[in-house]
Design a protein around this ligand. Structure first.
Ligand SMILES: CC(C)NC(=O)[C@H](Cc1c[nH]c2ccccc12)NC(=O)[C@H](CCCC/N=C(/NCCC(=O)O)S[C@H]1O[C@H](COP(=O)(O)OP(=O)(O)OC[C@H]2O[C@@H](n3cnc4c(N)ncnc43)[C@H](O)[C@@H]2O)[C@@H](O)[C@H]1O)NC(=O)OCc1ccccc1
Ligand SMILES: [Zn+2]
Length: 240
């Protein structure tokens, strides 16, 4: 039984507006490697930041496509863990709860979260790299990217690549939730990728209690109430 600080227990008891901000670490216990974790197998020699860019896709679309197809196969084999379920359960009990994620997986949805705000897109959605038209999901073993019926452009994952702007609607929804939050949980994120990492800071500057769940230190340590441990262990104990 974890002994949580009274300040947190009391804040949780009184709160109506809670914001969850998640990163790759919340899916680590489901078997999904984080961005920091070295990639395995065929992709061991590639850094995610080098593949997840419009330049890499322009230079070598097949290699970037095949990387995402591999990730889709990996993502299709994993299930939500107790951290995802704890957040979905909390949302059901406190309707004003908002979930903002940097993750492109669908584990929050599979755990029952109604409307996670995906700041960086979804690995299971496709769009045309040229005209942006949404394109259908294709079998995850198709080795070459299909062509767009509208303009003949190449199909790409509907994901925000480094150097690309975040989609406006999710960004504004996340900022609005941050400005209204009484408690913001920053869970399983190294808080190094921008502008996403601003969300917990905006909430804190607006008066929210910033609680961090992470087995490792991050840039938020100095300003957060830190719960050191894996999200799949700490979160269920805290909110269930
Ligand atoms: C690397 C970083 C320094 N670079 C950036 O931030 C860049 C550049 C930049 C912009 N502003 C800046 C300001 C300062 C410095 C740099 C910048 N940002 C961008 O390029 C953004 C776009 C960024 C989005 C990129 N796409 C992603 N994802 C989709 C891709 C894909 O998935 O393929 S980012 C991707 O990396 C990030 C990884 O971070 P985490 O999720 O935190 O994962 P990480 O592995 O780092 O850490 C895991 C953590 O979990 C913890 N953990 C492990 N196990 C557990 C466990 N069991 N429980 C709990 N915690 C756990 C670990 O301890 C660790 O702390 C996530 O955001 C993730 O979505 N776009 C943009 O700025 O565009 C401009 C623009 C503006 C207007 C008009 C035109 C252009
Ligand atoms: Zn097109």
């Amino acid at each position: 039984m974890i002994d949580f600080p009274t300040e947190l227990v009391e804040a949780l008891r009184a709160a109506k507006r809670v914001l969850f901000f998640t990163g790759a670490g919340v899916s680590a216990e489901s078997g999904l490697p984080t961005f920091r974790d070295a990639q395995t197998g065929l992709w061991a020699s590639y850094k995610p930041q080098d593949l997840a860019t419009p330049e890499a896709f322009a230079r070598d679309p097949e290699t970037v496509w095949r990387w995402y197809q591999w990730r889709r196969r990996v993502h299709a084999d994993v299930a939500p863990n107790p951290a995802h379920h704890a957040i979905a359960g909390f949302e059901a009990r406190l309707p004003e709860t908002v979930l903002v994620t940097q993750n492109v997986d669908r584990l929050h949805e599979l755990a029952g979260s109604a409307a996670p705000i995906h700041l960086h897109g979804s690995v299971f959605r496709n769009k045309c790299a040229q005209c942006g038209t949404e394109m259908p999901e294709v079998p995850h073993d198709l080795e070459t990217p299909p062509r767009c019926d509208t303009c003949g452009g190449l199909c790409r994952p509907d994901i925000v690549w480094f150097g690309e702007a975040l989609p406006q609607e999710p960004w504004h929804a996340a900022m609005a939730a941050a400005q209204r939050a009484e408690i913001v949980f920053s869970i399983g994120t190294s808080a190094t990728v921008h502008p996403a990492a601003r969300i917990p800071l905006v909430a804190r500057d607006a008066g929210a209690l910033l609680v961090q769940i992470n087995p490792e230190p991050t840039p938020f340590d100095k300003i957060a109430l830190n719960l050191r441990g894996p999200a799949g262990v700490v979160l269920p104990e805290l909110v269930e």
